[in-house]
Write a protein that binds this ligand. Structure first.
Ligand code: 26M
Length: 810
């Protein structure tokens, strides 16, 4: 084991080599030259674990000693990606280890490739949760993640014949895990049965009959803060049969049901589905998390007075999936600890806060009352009582219509967003426009009732991963120009603007981008066989496949470019790069994938085009693939229908890597425009009032647009006139959608404006110096979206945290 002082001691190359030799010998009886990649990975990750262990312990000790308030971030998804390089970076070891391995003839990047992504999330929401964990530790706040240890992460995507196929992602099979099983911290979670309220010393307490007891076992993952940051904990729960309950699980299918609880991550991030298993998952991690918080409060903090709970504990509800935390905390306080209802409700509201991530109606969770009563009888009683008191409290103060619209239980369903808002002291949106829409449209009744609860917290990204790890060349250029301080203080990145007229720096920017594009081209060749020219415009759209994100608008642009080139109308060379998974049950999203793949195939193999246009749809977009694509992007496509993308975060990552954004005025795109200035972004499309006008007046008639615009018509027709082969039914589905008056995402309405914006892109591309200058401004201003800053705002405005001080050891 390591002595306390060793962390402070900078790891030398020689010391690292010795440790590596020792680990390989101890674990596998191998030497450096005989060890396999997996063994090398396991050995290095073990050295890293030893490296952060002392700070992890110190953080725990400081927490219990200083008793500063802690936040518990409850999220059904966490999407950290790989951890080896980020842990090395945050320990301050990355350079040393890279060089030491290179001395030994080994390549850190190759070894790191072995690590499977920790893909316990779908997309933006899960990735944001992981970024926040990193930022909490790095800024010195004690933040704990609370989630589920899914046996299978998000499915692996393959294309077969242009169609998406899903394969299981058995990420735990590989070696070198970061998690620590903490059996001693297990708790029991109860489902089903009957509940009778019986009197005990004047207190009504529940008696349960016939319920199922499941054991929740935590697996803790260290979250290593940057440099002198804390080492916090991400706690993921697994479900097991409690040893003392073995007899109650006689059949294989009984046992299977327990395993199933934490087996799969639901692969849908846009459509709510009222599945029983999903409800079980939600209650499971919420109940386990809250029980372990209260255990800690009582035993470690030695506190029995729950009235002060909110001085020590903040629980954050990431979207509505953990909203049952409100009812479960009430249950624990009232039933288990005999706190009276009013006091418990007061405590609960002070402890809880909630982030909304979408305004899309189909994503709003609503649980069937009967289903909930059967699975969670006591929780349903408590929610019913919360709802009753809510209505009673408002009666006579506001109209019955308002009460009816905002109450929790309606038409036999529990509205989870309403529960989350009513039970929290803070409700936030994830970008300025999104919060504004919550206040004025989607949640306006609640905003009128509780304006003080509403606030905005624009999303952020971790620049450590998206610059320091994914783009070391650009990071070095920043070091050489503005100095290294930006690595721990992103405000300093603004100084990069001083190089706006520096030809040498502008050329270096160009060279770095070209270099990243060459690397991606090599990868694309290996993966797909497609040759792409690194000097072409790399035009990137990476995000989940969804109608509202409008990959279809990009598709129509591609078809228009193709038709131009066929007619010998010239355009600068372009490579369009897609990365996108579709939810397995989302038929339309899968049809888009098929059509894009067939279009790509057609264009890439058409000799008439002379390689002027290429379309690459990379399989299995995930965090690791993002780290390869994003540093190589020239153009960032952020083209959602205005009002539909709550924030977006790929927009921020691409900007930080010097890509120029083509954007609708949606989500955080607006704030990117504010940061870089109108002249450094390509904006286009309907504004929010125009979008809402179409909806309100039902005045969207796309067929008319199509008939009147020959360019549009030709691009659309390519999908059904045999131009794009092998996808007639899918092409037809897309066209039917585009031309329908009910088409919600107004694809054709923005077509012409989008083409104009893309023409501007082409003109700018021809002015290389201006392009580099715009790129430089984008990089400099990405500091605004540093998740460390976002987390400071959550910590101050919502959670009221103080930083933990860890005694320095030397
Ligand atoms: C819910 C119920 C059943 C099955 C799945 C879900 C579910 C899972 C994830 C629903 C939504 C999920 O994520 C939504 C999401 O990722 N939203 C995105 O959040 C980002 C971070 O705030 C924003 O940047 C994106 O704009 C927003 O779309």
């Amino acid at each position: 084991y390591l002595a306390e002082h060793e962390r402070k001691m900078q790891l030398t190359k020689e010391e690292f080599k010795n440790r590596l030799k020792r680990k390989l010998n101890d674990y596998y009886e191998e030497d450096i030259d005989t060890a396999s990649t997996s063994e090398l990975f396991a050995a290095i990750s073990a050295i890293v674990r030893d490296g952060y262990a002392p700070q992890w312990r110190r953080t725990r000790i400081a927490e219990t000693k200083q008793k500063e308030k802690q936040v518990y971030y409850f999220s059904i998804e966490f999407l950290p990606g790989t951890l080896l390089k980020s842990n090395l970076l945050n320990l301050g070891w990355l350079k040393t280890v890279r060089e030491a391995l290179s001395d030994l003839g080994l390549d850190l990047d190759k070894i790191a490739e072995y690590e499977p992504d920790m893909a316990l999330g779908n997309g933006g929401l899960g990735r944001l949760a992981a970024a926040f964990m990193d930022s909490l530790a790095s800024t010195g706040y004690t933040g704990n993640g609370n989630g589920i240890r899914y046996k299978y992460g998000l499915f692996k995507q393959k294309f077969v014949n242009g169609y998406q196929r899903e394969l299981p992602n058995d990420w735990l099979k590989k070696e070198g895990h970061w998690e620590v099983r903490r059996e001693s911290k297990s708790v029991l979670v109860r489902f089903g049965g009957k509940v009778n309220m019986v009197e005990d010393n004047g207190w009504l307490i529940p008696q349960y009959e016939g319920e199922r007891v499941v054991r929740a076992v935590p697996y803790d993952v260290a979250v290593v803060g940057y440099q002198d940051g804390l080492t916090n904990t991400l706690r993921l729960w697994d479900a097991e049969i409690p040893p003392e309950e073995e007899l109650n699980y006689p059949t294989i299918s009984d046992r299977r049901r327990v395993e199933d609880l934490t087996s799969i991550l639901y692969p849908d991030d846009s459509n709510y589905e009222g599945r029983l298993l999903r409800l079980k998952q939600e209650y499971f991690f919420v109940s386990a998390g809250l029980q372990s918080i209260l255990d800690y409060y009582i035993t470690k903090l030695g506190n029995k007075n729950f009235a002060q709970l909110s001085d020590y504990v903040a629980v954050h509800i990431n979207d509505t999936h953990p909203a049952m935390a409100i009812a479960e905390l009430m249950r624990l306080l009232v039933d288990e600890h005999r706190v009276d209802w009013d006091t418990a409700w007061n405590i609960t509201q002070k402890v809880m806060s909630y982030t909304n991530h979408t305004i899309m109606a189909e994503a709003m969770e609503k649980w069937d009352v009967n289903m909930m009563s059967e699975l969670l009888p006591r929780i349903m009683q408590i929610i019913t009582e919360i709802d009753r008191r809510y209505c009673e409290g408002l009666k006579g103060r506001v109209s019955d219509a308002v009460i009816d619209r905002t109450r929790i239980i309606k038409n036999g369903q529990v509205q989870m967003a309403h529960l989350a808002i009513i039970g929290s002291h803070s409700v936030n949106g994830v970008a300025a426009l999104h919060t504004q829409l919550l206040e004025t449209e989607v949640l306006k009744d609640f905003y009128n009732l509780y304006p003080e609860r509403f606030n905005n917290k624009t999303n952020g990204i971790t620049l450590r991963r998206w610059l320091q790890i994914a783009n070391p060349e650009l990071s070095d250029l920043l070091d050489q120009t503005i100095g290294k301080e930006w690595r721990s203080d992103s405000n300093k990145m603004l100084n990069f603007e001083k190089y706006y007229h520096d030809t040498k720096v502008l050329n270096q920017l160009h060279e770095i981008k070209l270099d990243n594009k060459k690397k991606l081209a090599k990868f694309v060749k290996e993966q797909t066989g497609i040759e792409i020219d690194p000097t072409a415009i790399f035009d990137v759209q990476v995000k989940r496949m969804h109608a509202y994100k409008r990959q279809t608008l990009k598709l129509l642009h591609i078809l228009k470019l193709y038709q131009d080139l066929k007619a010998r109308i010239d355009h600068p060379k372009r490579v369009i790069i897609f990365g996108a998974k579709a939810a397995p049950s989302y038929v339309f999203a899968k049809q888009i994938i098929k059509v894009i793949n067939e279009t790509a195939n057609m264009i890439n193999n058409d000799p008439d085009i002379h390689g002027k246009l290429k379309v690459v749809f990379l399989e299995n977009y995930n965090v690791s693939l993002a780290e390869k694509i994003i540093p190589a992007a020239d153009i960032s496509e952020q083209i959602s229908t205005t009002t539909k993308e709550a924030s977006g975060t790929s927009n921020m990552k691409l900007m930080a890597n010097g890509a120029l954004t083509v954007a609708t005025m949606d989500g955080a795109n607006i704030e990117i425009k504010d940061a870089v200035g109108e002249e450094n972004i390509f904006t286009f499309g309907l504004n929010k009032d125009q979008v809402y006008k179409y909806y309100a007046e039902k005045s969207y008639h796309p067929r008319k647009m199509y008939e009147e615009d020959p360019v549009m018509k030709k691009a659309v027709d390519a999908l059904i006139d045999g131009t794009v082969p092998n996808c007639s039914s899918e092409g037809q589905a897309l066209v039917n959608n585009f031309l329908s008056d009910n088409e919600q995402f107004l694809v054709l309405a923005d077509f012409e404006a989008y083409l104009k914006a893309q023409e501007k892109v082409e003109q700018t591309w021809a002015q290389k110096r201006i392009w580099q200058q715009m790129s430089l401004v984008n990089i400099a201003h990405s500091e605004r979206f540093d998740s460390d800053k976002t987390i400071e705002r959550y910590a101050q405005d919502i959670w009221h945290l103080k930083k933990l001080k860890i005694e320095k050891v030397d």
